[in-house]
Design a protein around this ligand. Structure first.
Ligand code: SF4
Length: 80
């Protein structure tokens, strides 16, 4: 499980920090900071709630193999 926060969407409501204070922190009038981008499975319920209750849907959870980067591999990226 990996956490991704879209700071363009975050409006600093700090709902996430209330739900999962070990994973999210929100400075006064600031935007969310993810303290732990790959939290332990035990934190999953709290993190899921944080994602669900974020009023701007700025947070997402990425699971399993989907966390591979989608950028092209540098090696194979030269065109003749
Ligand atoms: S709940 Fe959503 S909008 Fe509020 S601080 Fe967290 S990520 Fe940002």
């Amino acid at each position: 499980m990996r956490i991704v926060a879209d700071l363009d969407l975050c409006q600093g409501h700090a709902v996430c920090a209330a739900e999962a204070p070990e994973v999210f922190t929100v400075p006064n009038r600031g935007k969310v900071e993810v303290l732990d981008t790959e939290p332990a499975p035990a934190a999953r319920t709290a993190v899921t709630d944080a994602v669900r209750y974020c009023p701007t849907q700025a947070l997402s959870i990425i699971d399993g193999d989907q966390h591979r980067p989608t950028t092209l591999s540098r090696k194979d990226n030269h065109h003749g």
